[in-house]
Design a protein around this ligand. Structure first.
Ligand SMILES: Cc1cc2nc3c(=O)[nH]c(=O)nc-3n(C[C@H](O)[C@H](O)[C@H](O)COP(=O)(O)OP(=O)(O)OC[C@H]3O[C@@H](n4cnc5c(N)ncnc54)[C@H](O)[C@@H]3O)c2cc1C
Length: 440
C-alpha cells in the first residue's frame, strides 16, 4: 500500500544529508575506552540526554519501547530522517520492552511469519556491532516440547515450513532432549510424558534493556529526540490526514505519527479515529535466585503453559501464557506463581529447592490471529506498529526497519505486506496461533 509520503520525504531529505550511523556518537565503547576510564576514573557520558520539546517534527513516534526506538534509529541511520521525536509517557523500556523474558527465535508457523522473524533474528545478530552496544545475544538453542500427538504433528509442520524458508528447525526425540537439557524429566512415567520437541538452534536469549538503551543511544546520537514523561493525549486529524498530537507537555504539529504503544495501542489508535481488533491482556513472568549454569537451551511447553531459560547470571527466568482476562493491570498474582511452580516442577523436578526472587507483569496487545498489525491506516500519515502480543520483542529490529522504510519511501515493504490492518476486514488472517501462544 502506498500512502503518498513523497512530499514529506523531499522535505526531510532537503533538510538533512544522510550520514553514516553513529557519526555524532558522543563516545565509542571499546576495550581501550574501558581501560582509559578505569585508569582516569573519568565518568562515562550519559547515553542520551533530555532536549526541549519543540512544536514541530517531521515524524512523531509514540512509545519508547524497542519498536518505537528501532523505528527512530532506522529513520535516522538508514534514511537521514532525523527530525524525529519519540514520546514516552513513562520511561524508556517502561512497557513490555523492559519486562519481557527476552526470547529470540524465528521458528514460526506461517511462511509470512517465518520470513519476517528470520530477518529480525539476522538484524539482532549484527546489532551489537551496529549500535556499538553489547546486547548479549546468545543463540543457545530453543526447544518446544510436545506432550501429545497433536503437538508433535504441529511441530513437524513448523519444522517443514521453517526449512523451506531457510530456518534451522527439526523434530527431535526424548533422548536428544535429554542430551541437550539433562534435568528435563523425559521418562515415560512422568505426569505429562514428552514425546519429542521442535529444536531450533538459532533461538536464544538477549539482554532486553541493552537493546532498548542501545537503540536509544544510537538514535539520540543521530539527532533523534527522546522525551520521557510525555504522554500523548490526543491526535488531530483533518480531512483524513494527521496534523499533530496533543501531549501532557503541549501540542506538536507533524505529518507522520507512528503508534508503537503495544498494550495501549487500541487506546492511542482511537485518538486518531482508527479501530483496532486488539485485546490487552497482562502477561506475568518470574525469576529465581542465581545458580550455577545448568540449562543451556530455552525450554517451552505449550501444553503446560510454561517456559524457562537461564540467564548468563544464573537466574532461571520463567514465563507462561497471558492472564485469562482483558486488563490494564500490571500486578502479579499468587495463582500465577503456584501454577507456574507446579508445571515447571513437572518438567524439571530437580529444581524444587530453588527460590523465586521476583515476579512481574506487562501488557500484551493480542490480535485475533496472533500476528502483528504493521503499516498504513485509513488516516494518512498515521502508521501502526502494534499487535505484538506476547512475542514482539524479537520483532523490534525488523519492524522498526520496515516502518522507517515505509515512511521514507511511501511504499509498504514486502516483508510486512501480509500484516496490514485491512486483512481483518478482507479475511486474510495470518494464523500464528500454533506457534505464538506460549512460545513468545
Ligand atoms: C512478561 C512478558 C514476557 C514477554 N516475553 C517475550 C519474549 O520472550 N520474547 C518476545 O519476543 N516478546 C516477549 N514479550 C512481548 C514483548 O515484550 C512486546 O511485544 C514488546 O516489548 C513490545 O514492544 P513495543 O516497543 O511495541 O511496546 P512497549 O515496550 O510496551 O512500549 C510501548 C510504550 O508506549 C508507551 N505509551 C503507551 N501509551 C502512550 C501514550 N499515550 N503516550 C506516550 N507513550 C505511551 C508505554 O509507556 C510504553 O513504554 C513479553 C512480554 C511480557 C509482558
Amino acid at each position: 500500500m502506498s500512502w503518498g509520503a513523497g512530499s514529506f520525504l523531499r522535505k526531510a531529505h532537503g533538510r538533512h544529508a544522510v550520514r553514516s550511523p553513529l557519526q555524532r556518537s558522543p563516545s565509542k565503547y571499546s576495550a581501550l575506552e574501558l581501560v582509559r576510564h578505569a585508569v582516569t576514573r573519568e565518568e562515562w557520558p550519559r547515553i542520551w540526554s533530555e532536549r526541549q520539546l519543540r512544536p514541530t517534527y517531521d515524524v512523531v513516534v509514540i512509545g519508547a519501547g524497542v519498536h518505537g526506538l528501532a523505528t527512530a534509529y532506522y529513520l535516522a541511520a538508514r534514511h537521514g530522517i532525523r527530525d524525529v521525536a519519540v514520546l514516552e509517557r513513562s520511561y524508556v523500556g517502561g512497557g513490555g520492552s523492559g519486562r519481557n523474558t527476552a526470547i529470540i527465535r524465528s521458528n514460526y508457523l506461517t511462511p509470512d511469519g517465518v520470513r519476517f522473524y528470520k530477518h529480525s533474528v539476522e538484524l539482532y545478530r549484527s546489532l551489537a556491532r551496529e549500535l556499538n552496544f553489547n546486547v548479549m545475544f546468545s543463540q543457545r538453542g530453543h526447544l518446544t516440547l510436545a506432550h501429545n500427538d497433536g503437538s508433535l504433528r504441529a511441530m513437524r509442520w513448523r519444522a517443514e515450513v521453517n526449512k523451506l524458508e531457510g530456518v534451522e528447525s527439526e523434530v527431535i526425540s526424548p533422548a536428544d532432549i535429554k542430551e541437550l537439557a539433562p534435568l528435563v524429566d523425559t521418562s515415560a512415567s512422568t505426569r505429562y510424558p514428552i514425546l519429542g520437541a521442535l529444536y531450533h538452534p538459532p533461538g536464544g536469549i538477549i539482554r532486553h534493556d541493552a537493546v532498548n538503551w542501545g537503540y536509544a543511544r544510537a538514535a539520540h546520537a543521530l539527532g533523534v529526540e527522546i522525551h520521557q514523561e510525555t504522554e500523548v493525549i490526543g491526535i488531530s486529524v483533518e480531512c483524513g490526514r494527521v496534523q499533530g498530537v496533543m501531549t501532557t507537555r503541549g501540542q506538536i504539529s507533524t505529518p507522520v505519527v507512528v503508534n508503537a504503544t503495544a498494550g495501549w495501542a487500541s487506546l492511542v489508535a482511537k485518538m486518531a479515529g482508527v479501530r483496532l481488533p486488539i485485546m490487552t491482556h497482562p502477561l506475568q513472568a518470574a525469576v529465581t535466585e542465581p545458580v550455577k549454569m545448568f540449562l543451556r537451551t530455552v525450554i517451552v511447553s505449550g501444553s503446560l503453559h510454561v517456559y524457562v531459560s537461564q540467564t548468563d547470571r544464573g537466574e532461571l527466568v520463567f514465563g507462561a501464557s497471558t492472564d485469562p482476562f482483558a486488563s490494564y493491570s500490571t500486578r502479579g498474582s499468587l495463582e500465577f506463581t503456584e501454577e507456574l511452580a507446579r508445571h515447571v516442577l513437572d518438567l524439571m523436578p530437580a529444581i524444587a529447592p530453588l527460590r523465586v526472587l521476583r515476579q512481574w507483569a506487562g501488557l500484551c496487545d493480542l490480535t485475533p490471529d496472533f500476528s502483528p498489525i504493521i503499516g498504513a491506516t485509513q488516516v494518512q500519515g498515521f502508521l501502526l506498529d502494534v499487535g505484538w502480543g506476547t512475542y514482539g520483542f524479537k520483532a523490534g529490529p525488523a519492524a522498526g526497519e520496515a516502518i522507517a522504510e515505509l515512511i521514507a519511501n511511501g511504499n509498504t515493504p514486502r516483508l510486512i505486506a501480509a500484516f496490514d490492518l485491512a486483512r481483518f476486514a478482507e479475511g486474510r488472517l495470518v494464523n500464528e496461533r500454533g506457534a505464538a501462544a506460549v512460545g513468545h
